[in-house]
Ligand binder design. Structure first.
Ligand code: URA
Length: 431
């Protein structure tokens, strides 16, 4: 296998021999292929794509680059997992996990950190005082047995090829390539050993997939990879044209996830959480369908068992679940509506970038994250507002950054005279 020949073959629109592609990926993971050659190959894939057979070979090679886990065998239960392709204000796992666990289904999940305008679940969880995301596999298994849930950082040994390749793609404009995203996400899910997976594929301005057609294509490829490996996969295609829920920013999002577990969350976020929980319960070994899964998820919220499970989980990972202990930003500024009207647009990407500028996210992997800052979007698409109403509230470290964020959030809103076409959070299901 000569990397330069594979780059040329892909550049010219050819199809790789699966064994050669496997060797390219494994050699890259062993540091035997330099970044510049992999970057050139990724860019060739951007223009020429990968066939189904190539995508499978890539995924298998990524999995083979490291260790694999079998959580199901370790705890003697069918294990379900959920994953989002990434968006603005996406704290879904933090609310779904305790609900599913309260219904008696273990959810063990490996999550990532935020980069750019999208936040990461690990950063959000670390805004809880004392919360530990680095658990050993033994600790994770023990916690899954005791508490029924764990959300941890991906270990260095799991799919190391993806870790390297994703970091390279992130700085070479090669992230938003459907087969590369599909194999990146699915290699991690398969290596972590989930038997059934619910994938939340975000669609719109704040997501990698900007159109429903692209999202359907990504969903189809991920399902195909999963079913070929003998796993059950459902993809929920959900709206990311506006931020999810109201809160964007780490501690603010944890607070909102907790409110939702209590039954007091924003409508769009609550709907997504209950839908994802229902699908996970339907995949579990409880033997229930989606409707019964939904009923049980709603019941766990209503009777307080989901909140009780949230508190046990947070304590098990060393954190204090008291919301009063979440760090608060010292400066809060309202974003007033400039006129009467109806919100016709609230650009997720702009709000994500405003939160990033406030310090809630990171531009490079090494950047620190400010857990306290962020944005609360009170007015969402379709809401009627009067001039001077608070559209949103900026939570900032100082006056200067607050002022800049108020301008940026205001620019994310469009206020018109006619209500935009209505649609819910769930745009489609690929199952
Ligand atoms: N999330 C991932 O884990 N990988 C991608 O390629 C894109 C989003």
């Amino acid at each position: 296998m000569r990397p330069a020949e594979l780059i040329e073959q892909k550049r010219n629109g050819g199809e790789h021999d699966p064994a050669e592609l496997t060797e390219l990926i494994l050699a890259y993971a062993r540091d035997e292929v330099p970044d510049y050659q992999m970057a050139a190959w990724c860019m060739a894939v951007f223009f020429r794509g990968l066939t189904g057979a190539e995508t499978h070979a890539l995924t298998d090679a990524m999995i083979r680059s490291g260790e694999t886990l079998d959580l199901g065998a370790a705890i003697g239960r069918k294990v379900v997992d959920k994953h989002s392709t990434g968006g603005v204000g996406d704290k879904t796992s933090i609310a779904v996990g305790p609900i599913v666990a309260a219904c008696g289904v273990p959810l063990g999940k490996m999550s990532g950190r935020g980069l750019g305008h999208t936040g990461g679940t690990l950063d959000k969880l670390e805004s809880i005082p004392g919360f530990r995301v680095e658990l050993t596999t033994e600790e994770m298994v023990a916690q899954l047995r005791d508490v029924g849930m764990a959300i941890v950082g991906q270990t260095a040994d799991l799919v190391p090829a993806d870790k390297k390749l994703y970091a390279l793609r992130d700085v070479t404009a090669t992230v938003d390539i459907i087969p590369l995203i599909a194999s990146s996400i699915m290699s991690k899910k398969l290596a972590a050993g989930a038997d059934a997976i619910v994938l939340d594929v975000k669609v719109g301005d704040g997501a990698f997939m900007k159109t429903l057609d692209d999202a359907r294509e990504l969903a189809g490829q991920m399902r195909e990879i999963g079913t070929r490996a003998g796993r059950e996969v459902t993809c929920l295609l959900t709206d990311m044209d506006q931020p999810l829920g109201r809160a964007v920013g780490n501690a603010l999002e944890v607070d909102e996830a907790r409110d939702t577990i209590l039954g007091d969350g924003p409508a769009d976020f609550t709907e997504l959480v209950l839908e994802a929980a229902a699908r996970l319960l339907a995949y579990s070994d409880l033997g229930v369908d989606v409707d019964e899964g939904r009923r049980r998820a709603e019941q766990a919220v209503a009777d307080g068992s989901a909140l009780e499970r949230y508190e046990r989980w947070v304590r098990a990972q060393g954190g204090d679940p008291d919301p009063a202990l979440l760090e608060r930003a010292p400066v809060r500024r309202p974003v007033p509506a400039p006129r009467d009207g109806v919100v016709t647009r609230l650009a997720a990407l702009d709000v994500g970038n405003a939160a990033l500028e406030l310090g809630a996210g990171r531009r490079t992997k090494a950047d620190p994250v400010d857990h306290a800052v962020g944005v609360l979007c009170f007015a969402k698409r379709g809401d009627t507002v009067l001039a001077g109403d608070d559209l949103a509230e900026v939570h900032a470290r100082d006056d200067a950054s607050a002022g800049r964020a108020v301008e940026a959030v205001l620019a994310a809103y469009e206020i018109g005279d006619e209500a935009p076409p209505e649609h819910g959070i769930l745009l489609d299901v690929v199952a």
